[in-house]
Design a protein around this ligand. Structure first.
Ligand SMILES: NC(=O)c1ccc[n+]([C@@H]2O[C@H](COP(=O)([O-])OP(=O)(O)OC[C@H]3O[C@@H](n4cnc5c(N)ncnc54)[C@H](OP(=O)(O)O)[C@@H]3O)[C@@H](O)[C@H]2O)c1
Length: 285
């Protein structure tokens, strides 16, 4: 069954965040940064995508989230007050269904966050065609189709945020295919910013550093690290960050909100790096 649950706005179920109108945007008498805006976020059931959905709802947006696991997606959407449309971004028919849902609801789209992505470990000698296809389908082709299929619904002046990674400019061993896929995503932001400027549509990339999410944990498990190994790996990475810790999904969400909102109205084709200073201060290996 296809999930298409509605919570806010327009129905009686209120997310927790809307109970505090004076501290969040979009409440009584307080202008939200995304009031009257409609946003679509791919990969909205966990991590950075979920934190972004929550932040956008707090700022007054109607938010559609998509993800493959229906139960997780529906539960996440209920929690933050978003609209769940189950689907796999690497399946064009699922993307059509997502945008058909928005169209059927009589809405245009003001913000697209192409966030769904995957990262698996493989040293060069172990890279298979399947490994390559997984990354380039999920991270590159899906990003392209998520944005391309949104075009007819995008309002003039819309904002597109592509979630890339600091890995796109780095060379972490064992992640060469992931790194290359994220470089492609960063490149899309420049080209599409040029192609869409006539409609005043801005396109920017967000490049997170290491952020504590289920996605990272899964990648480390898939790399064969046991619990102690994962702890050590995480501690090593934290020590290489000038701010001496991992990032939090909410911090990425705040940066995505900046790129999505009028606060960044004169910024396009840009890569915003949110990594605790590691790239700028040259501490990544
Ligand atoms: N965490 C980090 O340190 C970090 C650093 C740099 C960049 N990033 C990037 O940030 C993005 C989000 O990562 P995260 O760490 O927040 O990961 P996460 O917690 O694993 O969340 C990934 C989300 O994407 C969804 N997803 C994955 N493949 C999908 C597909 N084919 N179709 C639809 N939805 C899909 C997942 O739901 P389902 O599995 O149910 O589909 C989930 O909702 C990714 O693009 C990642 O590469 C993360």
């Amino acid at each position: 069954m296809t999930a298409h649950s509605r919570y806010l706005p327009g129905t009686a179920v209120m997310p927790e965040s809307s109970l505090f109108p004076l501290v969040s945007g979009g409440g009584l008498g307080v202008m939200g940064q995304l009031d009257n805006k409609v946003a679509v976020i791919s990969g909205g059931s966990s991590g950075i995508g979920l934190a972004t959905a929550q932040r956008f709802v707090e700022e007054g947006a109607v938010v559609y989230v998509t993800g493959r696991r229906e139960q997780e997606l529906t539960a996440a959407a209920e929690k933050v007050g978003a609209i769940a449309v189950q689907g796999d971004t690497s399946n064009p028919a699922d993307l059509d269904r997502l945008y058909d849902t928005v169209r059927a609801d009589g809405r245009q789209i003001d913000v697209v966050v192409a966030n769904a992505g995957t990262a698996k470990f493989a040293m060069l000698e172990d890279v298979t065609d399947e490994h390559f296809d997984l990354h380039f389908n999920t991270n590159v082709r899906s990003t392209l189709n998520t944005v391309k299929k949104a075009l007819p619904l995008l309002s003039d002046g819309a904002s597109i945020v592509l979630v890339s990674s600091v890995s796109g400019s780095g060379g972490t061993a064992g992640y060469s295919v992931y790194n290359a896929s994220k470089a492609a995503v960063r490149s899309f932001a420049r080209s599409w910013a040029n192609e869409l400027k006539g409609r005043k549509i801005r396109v920017n990339a967000l490049s997170p550093g290491i952020v504590d999410t289920a996605g990272i944990e899964d990648a480390l498990v898939a790399a064969g690290l046991d619990e102690a190994g994962r702890r050590e790996w995480k501690a090593n990475y934290a020590s290489a960050v000038p701010l001496a810790r991992w990032g939090r999904p909410e911090e990425q969400a705040n940066a995505i909100l900046f790129l999505a909102s009028e606060q960044s109205s004169y910024i396009t084709g840009f890569e915003l790096v949110v990594d605790g200073g590691a790239t700028q201060l040259g501490t990544w290996s």
